[in-house]
Design a protein around this ligand. Sequence first.
Ligand SMILES: [Zn+2]
Length: 505
Amino acid sequence: MDITVYGGAGVVGGNKIHVDLGDRGLFFDFGEPFDVSKDYYTEYSKPRSGRGLWDYVRMGMLPALDCYRPDLFPSDLPPSEMRPVRVDALFLSHAHFDHYGQIGFLRQDIPIVASPMTYALLRTSSEMGRAGAPTELFDHVVRERKEEEPRVLFSPRTKEKQMRGRRWVLTGDVIDDDPQWKKGSLCDVSQGEGEIDGIEYRSFPVDHSVYGATAFAVRRGEGDWLVYSGDLRMHGVNGECTSRFADSARELAPKALIIEGTRIGRPIDGREMTEAMVRENCRAAVEAGKGLTIADFSANNFERLDTFIDIANTTGKRMVVTHKDVALLESIAKVDGNVRKDLLWVYRSLSPDDVSTVNDLQEKGWQVADPQDVAREPDEHMLCFSFFDMTKLLDIGPKGGTYVYSNSMAYDLKQMDNLQKLMNWIELFGFNCRGLALVDGKLDFERGFHSSGHLSLDHLWQVVERISPEVVIPVHCPDPERFRELCPLRTVVPVKGQAIDMDLY
Ligand SMILES: [Zn+2]
């Protein structure tokens, strides 16, 4: 059994882990490598879509392997340049971009194994966003070479265009078995557990900052098990799942455990923040606040959304979300059965596309909050807004209020710039801000309003010891050497693109 880490070796994010099981092969995750994209690209300067795989392979954002869609090869990138690799399945751990962001490049006949919740989140967000080849996770138009310049690819718009769909295998049941939703246009979605195309596997729900996160175990023939954690933590509402995963994985007596070490080398300040502590701090801030309340948290962190629904309930406020949130909520309700419709109001956003979408939702029975309703009774409302919604506040014109920033720190210049501008909006409307402040022009994150999506170091070693593999391989980790020093079990530090032969351990 060979394990090759093509992405996620010594960096946080971009997990692409290939496993050669002898007669079968697979990838765990196939994410966008943030380390390269943040050094060379911006929102407006991206790898060129018309060159297919070219920019990604040349920039080292994709390994040169022969597992990609044939339609993405421009004429000057010969497929013979690609090293042979066997890929029978992709195991996707969760719906974060650094784990799924480049799956669209993979050959369309490679099935994707994921939890129903991961499918629900990605399916709906891909319908809302404009997809390029890297994120074509469901179906796509086959690209063609330009006749006069075959180094350039394009999507035909005429009736000659060909569509291709992917195969998804979900690790559990969905509650609302809507065939339209499950099938998509060309997608083949089925449920299965235990075996896919000759690979024996197990899946385990784990706790992370997005619902649906899953760890996997795969087996070489009748022999060794290999466990992959994905991203996980123990201090969220579903912390118990992570404990159960550790116990179940231990029963497999795995040869190796590939596990995240995101927080190795990151500063640890004081006591670990749990979701329960975040909930109490946010509740206290909302209770103490006057005027309009704004709750700012990551759009796909539905655990945090549920936290704020609870806070709105206990403080007697109307919780107002955007129609994009509703699209995701309707999708995940098909999996968790939690419709949340009676607890939420949809914000009537005054932009041409949004007006009809919100009207449609109103017809389907959703309660709608008009900017005038919010302006009239600001104390009665809690808006789930973030920086990108600030322009909407011009229709409300709030005078003071409470802004609760319950989101992560800024990790790059773009995020820092957005947050600086957010603080200007906050000042413009006279909000009292909790969770974030500007001190001498610098961003200052107030502790207690956000908790990490990743295992604390104590919990990390608990999970490792409980699973008790023969070998530990750290990924998604900024300092794997430090991981090795601290880890109580034998650790092999992966080097990007170099195979680790498990038979030597
Ligand atoms: Zn994640």
